[in-house]
Design a protein around this ligand. Structure first.
Ligand SMILES: Nc1ncnc2c1ncn2[C@@H]1O[C@H](COP(=O)(O)OP(=O)(O)O)[C@@H](O)[C@H]1O
Ligand SMILES: [Mg+2]
Length: 314
């Protein structure tokens, strides 16, 4: 199957204010069809707000969002014909069984406006059966008797089974056990192989690392970084652990170096650029061992890209 190439998601100056809280601040995004985009950020950073705006559930305070060139707020129904959505907090009808829920969601075709659309692609029933099996979903159970993880699975199966051109997934694996997380990853890889676009919000770095072509990092409503994983790693290229045989030295702050004390005799340096200035600074001190390795995305993420000069904490 070949999709028309073009832009799946575009936002321009997209902002949302809730009272005194600026939940999203001038977001500019451009996601191509066929991309798997990881939307990473800690709790409260604005991931769900962004998704609500993409889906036309809330009105932007400023700016706009488009899905496949259609305005997500003004033309909600048209914009969502090609989209399936998994929300972070699964809201489902408690008295339906899992199977009844899938049938009902299939008829709605995950239309977030609640308006069934006859022009939408039909649910792929054979694929849905395979998903039910892979996710080990018990179709006869009432939704009210399902754990959060199992409700999440109902939502995931319903969304994936549509084979929608754009999957918008808001922390879809919270509540899934590691085995089901693997099933989820395979499904996303399969969707990508078919040319579907995936917008995946997450605070789980390994998930994003494993699945995404590009990653955007959100902090306090602002997109602070964006790029491929290789590009982001470049921001903090290496971690150097240094053990001293003598007393810990007092090092002057170095541009692009983040230093932390990790033990009585050890300092850890995270380097954004060349190791030269650090090596120069260490010369003349009683260094016992130096170990260097590539910095993980997790470390990059936790350090908030702080590359300003820092004093070595003592
Ligand atoms: N409906 C709302 N009313 C008021 N404040 C909200 C609402 N939704 C989100 N917020 C606030 O907006 C910020 C971003 O929230 P959210 O988008 O849910 O973050 P995330 O999904 O990344 O955890 C938070 O400070 C949150 O408290
Ligand atoms: Mg959220």
């Amino acid at each position: 199957m070949v999709w028309r190439m073009g832009t799946a998601i575009r936002t321009h100056g997209l902002s949302k204010r809730y009272g005194a809280t600026l939940a999203l601040d001038s977001l500019d995004l451009e996601i191509e069809q066929g991309e798997v985009y990881g939307y990473l950020g800690p709790n409260g950073s604005g991931k769900t707000t962004t998704i609500r705006l993409l889906l036309g559930l809330h009105r932007p305070s400023a700016g706009r969002a488009e899905l496949f060139g259609v305005d997500a707020w003004r033309d909600r129904v048209a914009a969502h014909r090609r989209v399936a959505y998994v929300s972070a907090e699964p809201f489902l009808w408690p008295s339906l069984t899992a199977g009844e829920t899938l049938d009902f969601l299939g008829k709605l075709r995950a239309s977030t406006s609640g308006v069934p659309s006859i022009q939408s692609p039909r649910v792929d029933l054979a694929y849905r059966d395979r998903l039910i099996e892979q996710f080990e979903l018990d179709e006869r159970k009432k939704v009210r008797a399902l754990s959060k993880g199992n409700r999440q699975k109902v939502q995931l199966v319903a969304a994936l089974a549509t084979r929608a051109e754009l999957l918008v997934l808001d922390e879809p694996t919270s509540g899934l056990d590691p085995l089901m997380e693997m099933v989820f990853r395979e499904c996303v890889q399969e969707a990508k192989a078919r040319g579907q676009t995936v917008f995946l919000s997450s605070h789980i770095l390994s998930e994003v690392e494993a699945l995404c072509d590009r990653v955007g990092i959100l902090r306090d409503g602002r997109l602070v970084e964006q790029g491929t994983l290789a590009e982001l790693r470049h921001l903090s290229a290496q971690t150097v652990d240094v053990t001293f045989s003598g007393p810990l030295p007092e090092l002057a702050p170095l541009q692009g170096v983040h230093a932390t004390r990790t033990g009585p005799q050890t300092l850890r340096f995270e380097l954004a650029g060349s190791a030269g200035p650090l090596i120069d600074a260490l010369a003349g001190h009683q260094v016992a061992t130096i170990r260097s390795r590539e910095t993980s995305l997790e470390e990059i993420f936790l350090h908030q890209y702080d590359t300003s000069p820092e004093h070595v904490p003592s």
